[in-house]
Design a protein around this ligand. Sequence first.
Ligand SMILES: [Fe+2]
Length: 295
Amino acid sequence: MSNTIEPIPRTGPRADETRTLPEVGGIELTGIDLSQPLTQERKDWLMRTFRAHPVIVFREQNLAKDQQYEFTLTFGEIEGLHVNRFIDAAKYTPVHTVSNIGPDGKPGAPTRERGNYYWHSDKSYHDVPSLLTMLHGVEIPAKGGETQFANTALAYAALDEATKQRLAGLRAVHSWQRSRIQSRSMPATEEQIRERPAVDHPIVRTHPDTGEKALYLGNHGSHILGWPEDEGRALIRWLESFATQPAFVYSHRWRLGDLVMWDNRCTLHRALPHENMEAERRVLHRTVVKGTVPY
Ligand SMILES: [Fe+2]
C-alpha cells in the first residue's frame, strides 16, 4: 500500500485528475471512462493501482449493468450466489441492486436488512470470501448515505507488539446466522443456515498479493475459536473499534456516476443512513469478485 501515485499510462487519467485518500491508502481518479474496452496496458496499470490502493474511487462513470459486469471481470470470477437469494431471488443477481426501495417501489428506511450499517468485510462468512466489491452510484440522495472504509492493514501495523503477539495464530468464527443477530436484521432461515454454516479464518490475514498483514474481522465475526464466546466477542469488538478509528477511515460522499471498488482482504466498510430515507432514493449497482481462502 502506498500514498504515492504511480505515473499513469497516457491512456489513463492525468496526474491532475487523481487525488489520494490518505486515511485508507486509497485513490480517486477522474478522466478515465470504464465503459470503454480496456487495453492490456490499462488493465495492468489498474491491477497495480488496486494492489497499491485498496480503495479506488472512479468519478463520472455511466455504466449499464452489463458494462459493470464486463469491467468487474477484469479482476476475476464474479460471485453470483448470495445466501439472501432464498428470500429475494430477483434482487440477488450477479449485478445486483442495493437500494432503499421497498417492494412497493417507494423509498424507506430498511428494517429487515440492516447488515450494511455495521462494519464488515463482504462474505467473510464464506470459506472462500470475496476479493473485491464494486458499487456504482445510480441514484444518490442529497445528504448522507456515505460509504465508509477502514484500512485494517494500517490498523494492524499500528497495534503494539504485545497485541500482535497475542493475535498470532488466533482464528475468528464468522457466521451468517450470528451476523443477522448482531445487525438486528431478519433472522437467518433454516435454509440459509444449512447453506452457510459457520466458518473460521485467521484474525490476522496475509494479503496474497502484497504480503501485508491485516486484521480480518467485522460484523460477520462471531467469536474466537476455542475461547469462551463472550471473551472472543469482546476482543473482536475491541479490534474493530481500534481499526475503525478516524485515522484509518475514509468516508465516501457519493456523487452520481461514482464507481467505488475496494479490497475486502484488508478493509472494512459500512454504509451510513441518509437523511431523508422515507422520500429520497439511494440506488447502487453492486458486483463482487470471488477471492481465495484466507491465510
Ligand atoms: Fe458490504
